[in-house]
Design a binder for this molecule. Structure first.
Ligand SMILES: Cc1cc2nc3c(=O)[nH]c(=O)nc-3n(C[C@H](O)[C@H](O)[C@H](O)COP(=O)(O)O)c2cc1C
Length: 305
């Protein structure tokens, strides 16, 4: 029987799936319900120092199974969110606290406050493509990624992940910089910057004009990013972008990811997606003689055409 459990930077997960930041993860109740639905870990909504409303409506456009969102990092601020974290932790899976900020000092402070609130690990959001002054705006150059990671790492005694943007000429350079700055794992990828225009209205559909594309249409880009990063860093990689099935998750794992995150598919198909992905992976492993997930990590690098 296949054993789906994985160890990511010392965190024990019963299976390699995590809830990605931003979908059903702003309250303790919804995070706990995702854990009960079968996720191996839960990443929180990205949280900042102060409460923030985010962008006005419309902030999401559906394009088949994909989405373009410009939520703009709405969140209640870390003081209020701490209480939600307590509730989420009762579900018994690792909770990874996603944080954002406007620069080295603020992000380091947020990471420390999230750790104090009880998170089991920290994910630095260096990659949101639609929030002025945050996310990709501070995480698009190797120099900033390295200095932000170094500042955040120095005040932490729990694992720290760096979530990177694909909206760059080289995500590999960002990953190497994150590793140099002390990140314990790379999360790739966040959404791709895009926009949708309504010809009838003759205007952009999103109030913010620009948003981030997620869902199955970005999976080949995410898989390529993970494959390239795997060849460049030694720390573990967490793959995210367009995963809906076990086969999709296996693409990321064979590209080099030790675990995966799922966002848009939860929005579109419900929390059952976690148990479905795990059943698919388990069935594949039994059929192909794999006992543990790590045996499959990066194997696509070994076989050449
Ligand atoms: C509605 C929505 C909100 C999101 N909010 C966040 C966020 O707060 N922080 C973050 O790092 N990523 C956020 N993301 C990006 C996802 O975590 C993920 O990286 C991206 O959507 C690709 O994965 P997916 O195709 O499985 O959704 C959000 C995505 C969506 C669709």
């Amino acid at each position: 029987m296949a054993d789906l459990s994985v160890d990511i930077c010392g965190l024990s997960l019963k299976n390699p799936t995590m809830l990605a930041s931003g979908v059903l993860d702003e309250t303790g109740k919804t995070m706990a319900s995702i854990a009960r639905a079968g996720a191996g870990a839960v990443v929180t909504k990205s949280i900042g120092r102060e409460p923030r409303q985010g962008h006005g409506s419309p902030c999401i456009v559906e394009l088949g199974d994909s989405l373009v969102n410009a939520m703009g990092l709405p969140n209640p601020g870390i003081d209020v969110f701490g209480r939600e974290l307590e509730e989420a932790k009762k579900a018994g899976v690792p909770i990874i606290g996603s944080v954002f900020g406007g620069g080295e000092a603020e992000i380091a402070e947020m990471a420390r406050l999230m750790a104090d609130a009880g998170a089991d690990a920290i994910e630095l959001n260096l990659s949101c493509p639609h929030a002025k002054g945050f996310g990709a705006e501070v995480g698009s150059t190797p120099e900033r990624v390295e200095s932000i990671c170094r500042a955040a790492r120095s005040g932490l005694d729990i694992p720290m992940f760096a979530k990177l943007t694909p909206n760059t000429s080289s995500i590999v350079d960002l990953a190497k910089a994150a590793e140099r700055g002390g990140a314990d794992a790379i999360v790739a990828i966040n959404t791709l910057k895009g926009m949708v225009i309504s010809p009838e209205a003759r205007m952009p559909v999103l109030a913010n004009r620009f948003g981030g594309l997620s869902g199955p249409s970005i999976r080949p880009i995410g898989v390529r990013c993970v494959y390239e990063i795997r060849g460049a860093v030694k720390i573990p990689i967490i793959g995210v972008g367009g995963i809906e099935s076990g086969n999709d998750a296996l693409e990321y794992i064979m590209a080099g990811a030790s675990s995966v995150q799922i966002g848009t598919a939860v929005w579109k198909h419900g929390p059952e997606v976690f148990s479905k992905v795990c059943e698919d992976i388990s069935e594949f492993m039994n059929r192909n003689g794999f006992d543990r997930i790590f045996e499959m990590v990066g194997v696509a690098h070994e076989v050449k055409h």
